[in-house]
Write a protein that binds this ligand. Structure first.
Ligand SMILES: Cc1ncc(COP(=O)(O)O)c(C=O)c1O
Length: 403
């Protein structure tokens, strides 16, 4: 019998949420009503006029022109793997090229590592608030995200004592995002050391998301594994942020030198075989980025520092709002003192509809909806940020008075 009822999707889709892009549907409705939208929801420097370094563009274009358009080895082209190994070793994480895998951005590395490490029902320690890819991938695997708090009253730092209490026999990985998205925090060495010691002591792989490592305003931060090269650490990064090429989907992961991770490395390589390879020509950007001219980085960091300052000063001046000054990257996580019963999503959607400014509500990153957090991407030029913050101030005053 023929039926035309809606075809169901798998249950796992219900648990897979990525607020940074999901919220765009609301913005499109606002645009359709005639109000232009300023997209401060996604951390893409290219949208705001920052440019990919020309020598990286040339390396990729040359690869294509030279006919490097076929499949490449699933772990990546040797030159890119060697550049990553040299870069990390030079910065204190001794690792050989055969422990490096070239991936479609940090994102694919994270997904491959979690898939290789975690079974349904297992637990993974995730910061709250978090970059939402982690919870989304765990939902797909059917594993449990166990949140450890980072506290805005303590500069968004985690508490190693709380983390120790959260470790159980089902814990399969500890995720550390430093520098952090969405908070813009960087962790001092004593916290980093405590986290790495915990991973070492409990034999839990530490997944170090270091995609913003070069974007601390005070200068590049050493990879976490440099504090303890024999701890079970897997480091992730890409050309997306510090090297201004997010659309190329070129990234890498480096599996720490300890033999404890040998089987995990083999598992990751096995999974990587199944997706053939990450895009070949883009892999030529990796050596260009890591071995070539990096003068753009200092300029980019200075631009970010200036924008962070405008953001902190302007948002902290708004009655009922506070924000911790970011120390890296291009995100800040302000807090509005919401009246009883209001949620962060209500505030953010209200802001979007009234002003066309699109941010992401804190609960999209795992914050409690009533806590009133939202994330701002501050890549726009300072004069534009200033206009945006005028509107945020006006709307916030109205929102809080109305309630
Ligand atoms: C903390 C964090 N990890 C990973 C990613 C994904 O980056 P990529 O473009 O390298 O996949 C992002 C992107 O915003 C991020 O903020």
């Amino acid at each position: 019998m023929r039926t035309t009822s809606a075809i169901p999707v798998a249950r796992r889709v219900g648990g897979f949420n990525y607020a940074i892009r999901n919220i765009v549907a609301e913005a499109r409705k606002v645009e359709a009503s005639g109000r232009p939208v300023r997209y401060l929801n996604i951390g893409d420097p290219i949208i705001f006029g920052f440019e990919t370094p020309p020598h990286m563009v040339e390396a990729v274009a040359r690869a294509m022109r030279d006919g490097r358009n076929g499949y490449v080895p699933s772990a990546g082209i040797p030159a890119a793997r060697e550049s990553v190994a040299r870069e990390l070793s030079g910065r204190g994480m001794p690792v050989s090229a055969d422990r490096v895998i070239i991936t479609s951005g940090t994102s694919e590395g994270i997904e491959l590592a979690l898939t290789a490490l975690v079974d349904a029902g297992d637990e993974v320690l995730i910061p709250a608030p978090t970059y939402p890819l982690y919870t989304a991938v765990l939902a797909k695997i059917g594993a449990r995200a166990v949140f450890y708090r980072t506290d805005h009253r303590r500069g968004w730092l985690p508490d190693p004592d709380e983390l120790r209490r959260l470790v159980t026999r089902a814990t399969r990985a500890l995720v550390v995002i430093d520098p952090n998205n969405p908070t813009g925090a960087t962790y001092p060495d004593e916290i980093r050391r405590a986290l790495i010691d915990l991973a070492d002591h409990h034999n839990i792989p530490l997944l170090a998301d270091e995609v913003y490592g070069d974007l601390a305003y005070s200068g590049p931060i050493a990879p976490m594994a440099s504090l303890h090269p024999d701890a079970p650490v897997i480091s992730f990064s890409s050309v997306s942020k510090a090297y201004l090429a997010p659309g190329w989907r070129a990234g890498w992961m480096a599996v720490g030198r300890t033999e404890r991770l040998d089987e995990v490395l083999a598992g990751i390589k096995k999974l990587a075989d199944g997706r053939l390879c990450s895009p070949g020509p883009m892999q030529y950007a990796v050596s260009a980025a890591l071995d070539g001219d990096r003068s753009h980085e200092a300029t980019f960091r200075a631009a970010l520092r200036e924008r962070a300052q405008v953001t902190t000063t302007r948002l902290n001046a708004i009655e009922g709002m506070s924000v911790v000054a970011p120390a890296a990257a291009f995100y800040a996580m302000p807090k509005v003192e919401l009246p009883d019963g209001a949620t962060d999503e209500e505030y953010v959607l209200g802001l979007l509809r009234a002003t066309g400014v699109l941010c992401v509500y804190g609960s999209g990153f795992g914050a409690a909806p009533q806590d009133g957090f939202f994330r701002v991407v501050f890549l726009a030029p300072p004069p534009e940020l200033s206009t945006i913050y005028d509107e945020v101030a006006r709307f916030t005053g109205e929102f809080l008075a109305r309630r």
